[in-house]
Design a binder for this molecule. Structure first.
Ligand code: URA
Ligand code: SF4
Length: 209
């Protein structure tokens, strides 16, 4: 069993070539049950990169990040924050959908990716960071934040703070801001407050540009 995507990542900053190679990634077990790799989307000229957790059910079917319910909330929040989604490169920490079947076997239920999968998939994220070289990285939720800052990072303590993006494989000079995941807003009992706080984090983040 492979434990890293590293062997599948070509030495290139060409997003189209990276995407093509990612389609054949077998760097961890998640490719087996998922429909397809969901690579990041956007232009290499984007100054902002947003990183989510992993594709959901609809993203897995369509092959695009953030096109389901969480994506619709994200789109609305971006618009309200004065951010053009077209100008943002949107991706996920893990590029295959991890799920379990419900008891009847019909519905696919999201399972949180583990440290093994986050680490295995990290070479794709590094390749995207190197290709896009963003000035600002917005981390949506704990999985994305921990993929970048390590497993001890706590969103609750650091949300909205402007941080330096750790160097990773190559030196990068970018800021990073962690906030909640849009899905957590959909699940929240105080949805309006959670949404308003999310929009405030997005606005504060893009103010650094
Ligand atoms: N949640 C994520 O983290 N990413 C997606 O692409 C969709 C839902
Ligand atoms: Fe490769 Fe990432 Fe998919 Fe695992 S989740 S198979 S590392 S693309």
């Amino acid at each position: 069993m492979a434990t890293t995507a590293a062997d599948f990542v070509p030495e290139t900053k060409d997003l189209a070539r990276l995407r093509e190679a990612a389609a054949g990634c077998r760097g961890c077990d998640l490719y087996r049950d998922a429909t397809q790799t969901v690579f990041g989307e956007g232009t290499r000229r984007a100054r902002t990169m947003m990183i989510g957790e992993q594709p959901g059910d609809q993203e897995d079917r369509r092959g695009e990040p953030f096109v389901g319910p969480a994506g619709r909330l994200l789109d609305r929040a971006l618009e309200e924050s004065g951010i053009e989604r077209d100008g943002v490169y949107v991706t996920n920490a893990v590029k295959h959908f991890k799920f379990r079947r419900d008891d009847r076997g019909s519905r696919r239920i999201h399972k949180k990716p583990g440290r093994t999968e986050i680490v295995a998939c990290r070479p794709w994220l590094d390749a995207e960071l190197d290709a896009v070289n963003p000035d600002l990285v917005i981390l949506l939720g704990a999985t994305a934040a921990q993929a970048v800052f390590g497993p001890d990072f706590r969103i609750t303590e650091r949300r909205g703070e402007v941080l330096d993006l750790p160097g990773g494989s190559k030196a990068r000079d970018a800021r990073a801001v962690a906030t909640v995941h849009p899905s957590s807003i959909l699940r929240s009992r105080e949805r309006d407050e959670a949404y308003a706080a999310f929009v405030a984090d997005l606005k504060a983040a893009v103010a650094v540009l």
